[in-house]
Design a binder for this molecule. Structure first.
Ligand SMILES: Cc1ncc(COP(=O)(O)O)c(C=O)c1O
Length: 411
């Protein structure tokens, strides 16, 4: 008993350390009726009546012999014709040779990065890459994992050049280099210069031992033709070894697909432990994913994408008009066309609270989710937001900034 008390004491101390650094996390439930400027439901599909009715139609029109639960791992009893058909349908939509479903984007990245790079291989990753890729890399057998500056082709070039100079097996093509990118970054909303990265790798690794793995979590449904992603928007899919699309954001569902060739798919089925040792997605999840992809394919989400685009432009225009603000209090970063805005401030929690009190859901994002000094309130726009909501929200932000400036004039 004494030892369990000391364990709980160490939990308490750890939480208090986070409290002192203003980085303690808490679960919260959204108050009903608040305006969503926070979730990743970019197309507002999760509240769309056409999504709901199509989903229910899928569920209700399957024979009762179709079990609702998957009943086990994909490798045991959890597979179905429905899942295999869905993989083919999604791979076709993304112009990929094949695909393998995972239970989440987290599981997909852990599965891919933990087993694909071989001993002796190197992983080069963007410094802002998602935590799930870090988790996969931690489990991987790659000999080295090295970061390069965010979204910087010259940063990648510098790190890759050094690997080639120092390691003969990379230079002669015996060992491989994996380049890990996100196409749209979750916190800054900026888009990777994918073509420039391809050029760097093509120039420095002419033997073809450079492999891109790109996470399209935040691009899926929003960017590219019919929402197929940034990579298809640039028509560079043949240069990507693996693409990961997740369904929990704009597609209002859950799970992810790893797009790859059939041999790689087979290898993942045999070695990706986050696929092998977990119960497969249940039928309602598969039906929801199918619903979302049918809507994309039939261009039923195009008007939502147009509306989102219009709202992004409106938000940018209003920001220009009102952005008074002393940059020591508030600075807004935004990448054109992205639904994600960063309201950077030394007081992100205060700003988030002020907005929440007026009925606008936004969240303060603190280290370690973002680097120290890059704290912000992350603002996400959705197809279902309105220009009035945007105007009202920005008014609250403007008032908050003025009050803060008056309260801390020395800043
Ligand atoms: C870039 C990126 N990759 C992967 C994930 C994980 O996806 P999921 O939420 O489906 O586990 C996220 C979600 O936070 C993400 O932002």
């Amino acid at each position: 008993m004494a030892s369990s008390k000391s364990l709980l004491n160490s939990f308490q101390a750890a939480l208090q350390r986070r409290e002192a650094k203003s980085s303690r996390r808490r679960l919260t439930v959204l108050p009903p009726g608040s305006v969503d400027f926070s979730s990743n439901d970019f197309l507002s599909l999760s509240t769309s009546s056409s999504f709901r009715s199509r989903f229910l139609h899928h569920v209700n029109s399957t024979p009762v012999s179709q079990p609702l639960a998957s009943g086990g791992s994909r490798l045991l009893d959890g597979n179905s014709h429905y899942a295999e058909e869905l993989e083919k349908f999604i791979a076709g939509f993304h112009n990929a040779p094949g695909g393998l479903l995972f239970n989440s984007g987290y599981d997909a990245n852990v599965g891919v990065f933990s087993c694909i790079p071989q001993p002796g291989d190197v992983i080069l990753y963007d410094e802002l890459i998602h935590a799930s890729i870090h988790e996969g890399m931690r489990l991987s057998r790659a000999t080295r994992r090295l970061k390069f500056s965010h979204n910087s082709p010259s940063g990648l070039k510098e790190v890759l050049q050094k690997q080639i100079e120092d390691d003969q097996t990379i230079a002669n093509g015996t060992r491989n280099v994996f380049i890990a990118l996100e196409s749209v970054y979750s916190m800054d909303g900026d888009i990777a210069p994918v073509k420039e990265f391809i050029q760097v790798v093509h120039d420095l690794l002419p033997r073809g031992n450079g492999y891109f793995i790109v996470d399209e979590a935040h691009a899926t449904g929003v960017f590219g033709p019919r929402g197929a992603g940034v990579i298809q928007g640039l028509d560079v899919q043949k240069h990507m070894f693996i693409r990961v699309h997740t369904f929990g954001k704009a597609l209002a569902s859950h799970g992810a697909i790893v797009l790859c060739d059939s041999l790689t798919r087979d290898y993942l089925i045999n070695y990706a432990r986050s696929l092998i040792y977990t119960t497969a997605l249940a039928f309602p999840s598969l039906a929801s994913i199918r619903t979302a992809y049918e809507l994309l394919q039939q261009e039923e989400t195009e008007s939502l994408r147009q509306n989102l685009k219009h709202l992004i432009q409106h938000f940018r225009a209003r920001l220009k008009e009102i952005q008074p603000a002393d940059s020591s209090i508030l600075e807004v970063d935004h990448f054109p066309d992205s639904p994600i805005f960063s309201f950077r401030s030394p007081f992100p929690r205060d700003l988030a609270t002020a907005c929440q009190q007026k009925g606008f859901i936004v969240r303060a994002i603190m280290p370690p989710t973002v680097p120290a000094g890059k704290e912000r309130v992350r603002v996400c726009l959705h197809a279902g937001n309105t220009t009035k909501e945007i105007d009202d929200f920005l008014k609250v932000v403007q008032e908050w900034a003025a009050q803060k400036k008056a309260a801390v004039p020395h800043l």
